[in-house]
Design a protein around this ligand. Structure first.
Ligand code: C5P
Length: 425
């Protein structure tokens, strides 16, 4: 089944007669679960109206680069950051040339330049224009920069000729786009993810817990499925739907989470512990609701089991990734935890007042991560949690395949991922 659930797609529409198909394409992308924002070039408006694409996408169409009102809303940089992928369909010979030249005189060119996400083109032009040497040079140039080509296909063209240059059929474009996210980098692997908070009961109606929303862990579970893994999600109480093709086991307390993880460990290759496990629990759990009394009340607390450390000690061959949420001294604490818990990788993120720049983290849809492993580290700058999860999974998959259980102390190789990404800032 083609799925683009939770994917944010910028659809660029340029001046080609095939632009009339962009309305249908927008509909199909949305049917597959994507959130679509349309960017039109001036040329595209000769073939289809912005109103049509606004109606089918459910959002105003982005048209102008130098429009102060539009830039104040979602400007070209925000659009590029927002996207998980950019698809230009149809891509005219003219826009291809502009892209090859790195031009940003139209909004779509600027968004393509500013994006650090997969960019795919669905060329649509007359067969002779497609075969022209200038077009061929431009195709070679953009391909060498990692830009993807979906088509063009052979067939009858609007000009009456038959040949190569027809825009690929809409349903096929949706499948091609979905395939970008289905990387296959974890095919045949089993991944167990812990997520959400735990609740430590005080009495039948009260508990100790924290602000964890579970969003990061759920996004990681979904990204691992996209990468081809079989995924088990052990989740504390959250109000999120279970991602497609993920098996979820619901728990409440740290003790239940430990038992559920232990029970699910057979055959697991990679453990990713994102759960915000309560560090302490009441020593005594009252059987009846505690009555309010005058004066202060003290609760005696005891430590909960460290699930990640316990499981890693019992299953040393499982590649284990922890999370470290800190309000200060992120790097130092994260690296210390990497060693203390005996794990292969840790993803550190700021929480609390220091995290305003990264979107606040708890409950927010954005975050920024700093990955550490035995002999390397990598910053993943502010992005949606879905996008970060996919990047994290890509790094875990690559490190895991290089690492293949050379013991951690001897150090895994530092791997540079080949991506269409640019340095932050
Ligand atoms: O020690 P700290 O709680 O900061 O460690 C965070 C990491 O350890 C996270 O990956 C978290 O899921 C995991 N953890 C755990 N069990 C605990 C505490 C933390 O698995 N009791």
């Amino acid at each position: 089944m083609t799925t683009l659930t939770n994917k944010r797609i910028v659809l660029g529409v340029t001046g080609s007669i095939a632009a009339y198909k962009s309305a249908e394409l927008t509909r199909r992308l949305r049917d597959a679960g994507a959130d679509v924002r349309v960017v039109m070039t001036r040329g595209a408006e000769a073939f289809i109206t912005p109103l049509t694409l606004q109606a089918v996408s459910g959002h105003p169409v982005h048209r102008h680069l130098l429009d102060t009102e539009a830039e104040a809303g979602m400007g070209h940089i925000e659009l590029a950051r927002w996207a998980d992928a950019i698809l230009v369909a149809p891509c005219s010979a003219n826009f291809l040339a502009a892209l090859a030249a790195g031009r940003a005189d139209e909004l779509l060119g600027a968004v393509c330049l500013a994006g650090d996400v997969p960019l795919a083109l669905a060329p649509a032009m007359n067969g002779k224009m497609w075969q022209d040497k200038a077009t061929a040079d431009n195709i070679r140039l953009v391909s060498s920069r990692g830009i993807l080509l979906f088509g063009p296909d052979d067939g009858e063209q609007a000009c009456g000729e038959v040949g190569t240059g027809r825009m690929r059929e809409v349903d096929e474009l949706v499948t091609n786009l979905a395939d970008l996210f289905e990387t296959g980098s974890l095919t045949g692997k089993t991944v167990l993810v812990t997520a959400g908070p735990t609740r430590e009961a005080i009495d039948p109606v009260r508990f100790i817990s924290n602000h964890s929303s579970g969003k990061m862990g759920y996004a990681i579970a979904a990204a691992a499925v996209e990468a081809g893994a079989k995924v088990l999600l052990v989740s504390g109480p959250v109000s999120l739907p279970c991602p497609d093709r993920v098996t979820r086991i619901d728990v409440e307390s740290a003790e239940q989470m430990l038992a559920a993880v232990e029970a699910g460990m057979s055959g697991v290759d990679i453990l990713i512990a994102t759960a915000a496990v309560a560090d302490y629990r009441p020593v005594q759990v009252h059987a009846e609701k505690m009555k309010k009394q005058g004066g202060h009340l003290s609760l005696e607390l005891e430590p909960t089991p460290d699930i990640l450390a316990t499981i890693k000690a019992a299953h040393p061959k499982v590649f284990s990734v922890g999370f470290a949420a800190e309000t200060t001294q992120l790097e130092e604490y994260a690296q210390r935890k990497l060693v203390q818990k005996g794990i292969e990788m840790i993803a550190a993120n700021l929480v609390g007042p220091a995290a305003t720049e990264t979107g606040g983290t708890f409950g927010s849809d954005t975050n920024a991560l700093h990955l550490f492993w035995a002999n390397g580290n990598l910053r993943l700058p502010v992005a949606s949690k879905d996008k970060l999860a996919r990047l994290l999974i890509a790094h875990v998959a690559q490190y895991y395949s290089e690492y293949q259980f050379t013991p951690r102390v001897s150090g895994g190789k530092v791997v540079k991922l080949v991506e269409r990404t640019k340095p932050a800032g």
